[in-house]
Design a protein around this ligand. Structure first.
Ligand code: ADP
Ligand code: MG
Length: 728
């Protein structure tokens, strides 16, 4: 066995799990390292507390004197916990989180120093962040970007650093991160939804968007991962023959969690508790060594921050347990990939979940209003929603017969389908008293009961209603949820705004009662949105054909899918809802197209290297052994050697064929890359990478994987699938 591979396996087998003991109750740990409402009440003056709470709850501006007080208290709190540094913590469009630490420490002359942290440092910073992607918003001589405090997401301590969640914007005000447009979208949906709620309850003042994500991931032994250049550089395996045993037996799914993984989880969960991330559920997923972690849902902005933070700490905790976390959507061919379901709902400041049926016909009409408007929004903007989850790595799931398909559709279940059918028959214009009673008693009034029976869940649907929330299942496991959440909340906000206009017009012009007007508009929406509703098997070819007939888009690759981001309609939508200017939308598009190109480019280079300098030399070595063997046989058996060495000669030939296959395809790939790189137009370049470079990955891999089966296991250089997935 190759030395590196041998050592990796040996280390992994010898590894003694660190036993993680939990001495304190989780409820006692929860939020201990967060400057949350509870801590603020303790540390802030009354004025400062009110100022911050007003900012959190009502978006009020925090004035400078309050900021100074908050900063000073934050510093005291942090110092009491042994913190030495602070950082503005943000989410640039690289997809990771960013931080630049500054010490509280400051010299004051006379050889003395103090700990200092004022409102200025809290509220705004100017990191030299010129290397973050900006999509051309900042040219190099105006490279400044600002980070600015987001009081709606509380500061937290990680290690010995006080982290202050911030937005990241250009000097000229354009968003350079995920958080800024998300906050704007949440504001838009709050405005639009609150206005609708007032039809049903005059006292509603605010609507909050909630998100509960479910993070899937793989855990691989650190040494084994390090022994694979593809995992090290791209986060996934670019080659490797599938293991004889994979996930066929379904013996991993919900099985007992292996102890090393469990210790990792316990430590991770403890860290999450301290940071106020309310993680609750953990279990084995379908593929070997694949797991899932899910929290209790939270306000969407906070949930997005918490997921970004989680992805960061997962890597650090894993390292302590000699694991590498693979967040990639498809780290291993032939077994399931990872996603991140985004469970989404809207709720009022009165504690009503607008996507849950209520107890009265009126509250159910409110539920139906939000339910049907969401369906309508997804239908109108299906391509844009698909674009929001497009990435090179997610293409492996969406376009590739794995949950869910690249076609966006909505699953609502049999019972609610029936309810919509009945509503579709509502009379145009004024309703008779009889009809109203009938609706109240038998349609709207029955909803809670029908939902109780609604147990059929369709796992192939990318956007499913699951009782009291919608579940957007097409989000990738590496994604920053800010992107899909921005789009979803924006399209729903726009839809609700249009709905209100239509209802108000019917009330004013046609003299309809409020509920009549609502019924009338909803009826039309149901009729108009039918094409997006699909209850069947989302993986089948039949659905692809059917979806095409229905006019739904089916963009299997990122370059195709991203286009919808910069359609005339999308640009107008984001502008109208105050979420992104045209410049911001276009910049984001450019960044995403470029990220796609770079991902494929890196994968292509890594694959070319491994094929040429790991696989081919190994194959040649083994071939030489065979040649030597045949030579020896010839010496002993003379003429008869042919019959005794037939097998070896066949093998020599076969190996030559695959070596040739690798060389030809790697050369082809280099040419394709050169050609793609020559293109000045980034769209063309992305398509060239997608359609001319990437398809060669499969051809190269095919020959490498065949060789893996032919070449002596003793000298194979790359840790194999079975070793990575099944060594315990
Ligand atoms: P699964 O999808 O695995 O069946 P659940 O449906 O029970 O699991 O919940 C998954 C996630 O949905 C959890 O993170 C949970 O907090 C979240 N969730 C539950 N209710 C809501 C809601 N009203 N809004 C947003 N997320 C929710
Ligand atoms: Mg789920």
């Amino acid at each position: 066995m190759s030395t590196l591979r041998f050592h990796a396996i040996k280390e992994s087998l010898n590894y003694k799990p660190i036993l993680v003991e939990e001495k304190e109750r989780r409820s006692d740990l929860f939020g201990k390292n967060v400057f949350n409402e509870n801590t603020m009440r303790h540390y802030l003056t009354k004025d400062a507390f009110i100022g911050v709470m007003n900012a959190i709850q009502h978006g009020k501006k925090i004035d400078r004197s309050v900021a100074d007080q908050v900063a000073s208290s934050m510093k005291d709190w942090a110092l009491s916990k042994g913190v030495t540094h602070y950082t503005h913590w943000f989410q640039p469009l690289t997809g990771t989180t960013a931080e630049k630490h500054d010490a509280f420490f400051e010299t004051v002359g006379g050889g003395m120093a103090i700990e200092k942290f004022g409102g200025n440092q809290l509220v705004q910073q100017e990191p030299d962040a010129s290397s973050f992607p900006s999509g051309g918003i900042r040219n190099t001589f105006e490279a400044r970007g600002y980070t600015a405090w987001d009081p709606t997401s509380p500061a937290f301590i990680y290690g010995t650093t006080l982290c202050i969640p911030t937005i990241f914007v250009a000097y000229t005000g354009e968003a350079l991160d995920y958080k800024t447009p998300l906050l704007r979208a949440l504001h838009a949906v709050d405005d639009a939804a609150t206005a609708i709620c007032k039809y049903f309850d005059k006292n509603v003042k605010k609507v909050t968007s909630s998100l509960g994500w479910e993070q899937e991931y793989f855990l691989i032994d650190k040494m084994m991962a390090a022994s694979r250049p593809d995992i090290t550089l791209t986060g996934r395996t670019l080659l490797g023959h599938s293991s004889a045993k994979g996930q066929q037996l379904d013996d991993h799914y919900f099985g007992s969690i292996p102890s090393r993984a469990l210790n990792f989880m316990r430590e991770l969960e403890t860290e999450c508790m301290l940071l106020g991330i309310p993680v609750k559920t953990r279990h084995n997923e379908v593929a070997p060594n694949q797991f899932e972690l899910a929290p209790i849902y939270e306000e969407a902005n906070l949930a997005v921050d918490h997921n970004a933070l989680l992805m960061d700490i997962m890597g650090r905790v894993a390292s302590r347990h000699n694991f590498k976390v693979l967040l990639h959507e498809k780290p291993f061919a032939g077994v399931n990939g990872s996603g991140k379901h985004n469970n989404w709902s809207l709720s009022t400041d009165k504690g009503v979940n607008l996507l849950a049926p209520g107890k009265t016909p009126m509250s159910n009409l409110q539920f139906l209003t939000f339910f049907i408007n969401t369906i309508r929004a997804v239908h109108t903007h299906e391509a844009l929603l698909r674009a929001a989850i497009a990435s090179a790595s997610n293409d492996h799931r969406l376009g590739a017969n794995e949950a869910p398909p690249a076609i966006i559709s909505v699953f609502i279940g049999e019972q609610l389908t029936k309810v919509l059918e009945e509503l579709e028959g509502v009379t145009k214009g004024k309703l008779s008293p009889q009809e109203k009673t009938e609706l109240k008693l038998n349609v709207v009034g029955k909803i809670p009961d029908v939902l109780l029976d609604n147990t059929d869940r369709n796992r192939t649907s990318p956007f499913a209603f699951t009782g009291n929330k919608f579940e957007f299942r097409a989000v990738g496991s590496t994604a920053n949820c800010g992107n899909p959440m921005t789009v979803l909340n924006t399209i729903v906000a726009k839809q609700l705004k249009d709905f209100k206009k239509e209802v108000d017009a019917l009330i004013d012009k046609k003299d309809l009662k409020k509920d009549e007007a609502v019924f009338n508009v909803l009826r039309e929406y149901i009729k108009a949105s039918k094409a997006i509703l699909f209850e069947g098997n989302g993986y089948g070819e039949a659905w692809e054909k059917e979806a095409k007939k229905r006019g739904l888009s089916n963009n299997k690759t990122t370059p195709e899918a991203l286009k919808a981001r910069v359609s005339k309609e999308a640009i107008a939508l984001f502008e109208e809802m105050g979420v992104m200017s045209k410049i911001e939308t276009e910049a984001r598009y450019e960044i995403e197209v470029e990220a796609y190109i770079m991902h494929i480019q890196i994968e292509s280079r890594v694959l070319g290297d491994i094929a040429r300098n790991h696989i081919v030399p190994t194959a040649v070595r083994y071939q030489n052994i065979l040649v030597e063997n045949v030579r020896g046989l010839k010496e002993i058996f003379e003429e008869k050697y042919n019959s005794v060495s037939r097998e070896q000669i066949n093998l020599i030939e076969e190996i030559s064929k695959h070596i040739e296959g690798i060389n030809a395809n790697v050369t082809k790939m280099l040419e394709a890359r050169k050609k793609a790189n020559a293109s000045k137009d980034i769209e063309k370049k992305a398509h060239a990478y997608c359609n001319n470079v990437k398809p060669l990955f499969d051809d190269i891999r095919y020959h490498c994987d065949k060789l893996e089966l032919l070449v002596d296991d003793e000298i194979w250089p790359l840790t194999k699938y079975r070793e990575m997935l099944f060594t315990r």
